[in-house]
Design a binder for this molecule. Structure first.
Ligand code: GLU
Length: 421
């Protein structure tokens, strides 16, 4: 089956909000497409001695509320439309969390699994040289995303600092701690998700202790979600899926046992005693999504909850830690079936929120304790959740539309105050 185009989905979601907010056509047009996008070529001398030319993108979607902000993905199937969609979602995410940022996203078409450490470093540095004058702490601030990590951020920050001629930690977030990274950034996406899950469960009268959870994706976000949902609430993760397949255990998987037995990052062991193998790849994951659980956490890729499987989803709360896991038709079906979807740009906003804290710490040169980061993150996430929930109740719309109404409204207000529209 052909994958739906994520940018078309992002535009359809905006169109629905625009109609609801009765946006005039100029305002709508300004929000429907990226304000600026850069396409770059990055030549890298590979270990074989041959030069390979990589393609990279950076989309600066809208900067009415502040410098554009968003991660960089390394992905063999990266497309400009995926980056555009993700940049649009970053715009809504930073607005919803009321961070002084716009939205952006970057991507490089490459397969990091087939590249050496040195080749990845050359690629990361080459990307920054190509973008040099278009990014910066007051312009556009990248961060980690799929297949990029603190080490990649360190190379990129170093390259940018060389271009500028002085240390510029505020150009990028998600850095290692010794280079100006923030405490609490590593698990921030999953942790922020836990705070909104707590709020949703409270309002819906769901007891999180011993609640059954299924998690799709076991990278940085999914694995921390497992750890935190068990540690903070005593919930039981009974199903886990990764790219190779899915596993099930009635009594719940122990986080430490899984992490000790992982052979590759992101891939969970399939043969633990007491666990059942649900099936390979997409087949196994299909079963995983439909398990009889209270909470479903998609933490991998786009378009996994569609009109085909949405009617069979049993979870009461869907916590979207991935970007774009649910299609618009599926949103309607879930809402009509009484399911509560905590939409991606609310659920996974913890990452960019702690990125914002990191940037503030870099700019002021004063570093915070872990408790301070957690406390401020909790307050930001809880406030954003309440803003969305209030509108969801008042307007009786599905939660994603409620989140769009809050976020789009704020961007429109900034554009109007600037005199753009
Ligand atoms: N890539 C993350 C996201 O999608 C974090 C972005 C950031 O920290 O700027 O929200």
């Amino acid at each position: 089956m052909e994958q739906p185009n994520p940018f078309k989905i992002a535009q359809a979601q905006l169109d629905e909000a625009a109609k609801y907010l009765k946006l005039d056509s100029a305002t709508h047009a300004m929000l429907r497409e990226p304000m600026r996008e850069l396409h770059v070529l990055i030549p890298v001398r590979m270990d074989s001695g041959e030069v390979k030319v990589f393609k990279g993108f950076r989309v600066q979607y809208n900067d009415a509320r502040g410098p554009t902000k968003g991660g960089i993905r390394f992905h063999p199937e990266e497309t400009i439309d995926t980056v555009r969609a993700l940049a649009a979602w970053m715009t809504w995410k930073t607005s919803l969390l009321d961070l002084p940022y716009g939205g952006g996203k970057g991507g490089i078409i490459c397969n990091p699994e087939e590249m050496s450490e040195r080749e990845l470093e050359m690629l990361s540095r080459g990307y920054i040289r190509a973008l040099g004058e278009f990014i910066g702490p007051e312009k556009d601030i990248p961060a980690p995303d799929v297949n990029t990590n603190p080490q990649v951020m360190a190379w990129m920050m170093d390259e940018f600092s060389k271009l500028r001629g002085y240390n510029t930690p505020g150009v990028i977030t998600g850095k290692p701690i010794p280079l100006g990274g923030s405490l609490g950034r590593l698990d921030a996406t999953a942790r922020g998700g836990m705070y909104v899950l707590r709020e949703a469960a409270k309002l819906m009268g769901i007891e999180l202790k011993n609640a059954k959870v299924a998690i799709q994706g076991y990278g940085n976000v999914g694995s921390f979600a497992h750890k935190l949902v068990s540690e903070l609430f005593g919930a039981k993760v009974i199903g886990i899926g990764d790219v190779e397949g899915a596993i099930y255990c009635e009594h719940g998987f122990d986080y430490d046992t899984i992490s000790k037995n992982m052979k590759k990052p992101g891939i969970v062991p399939k043969d633990l005693p007491g666990s059942k193998f649900l099936g390979k790849g997409t087949e196994g994951n299909k079963e995983l999504l439909e398990l009889p659980v209270d909470i479903l956490i998609p933490a991998a890729i786009e378009n996994v909850i569609t009109k085909e499987n949405a009617p069979r989803i049993k979870a009461k709360i869907i916590l979207e830690l991935a970007n774009g896991p649910t299609t618009p038709e599926a949103d309607e079906i879930l809402h009509n079936n009484g399911k509560f979807v905590i939409p991606d740009f609310l659920a996974n906003a913890g990452g960019v929120t702690v990125s914002y804290f990191e940037w503030v710490q870099n700019i002021t040169g004063y570093y915070w304790s872990l408790e301070e980061v957690h406390d401020k993150l909790d307050k930001k996430m809880t406030k954003a959740f309440n803003d969305v929930y209030a509108l969801y109740k008042e307007k009786k719309v599905h939660p994603r539309l409620a989140a769009y109404l809050v976020a789009v409204q704020r961007v429109v207000e900034a554009m109007k105050l600037r005199g753009w529209v």
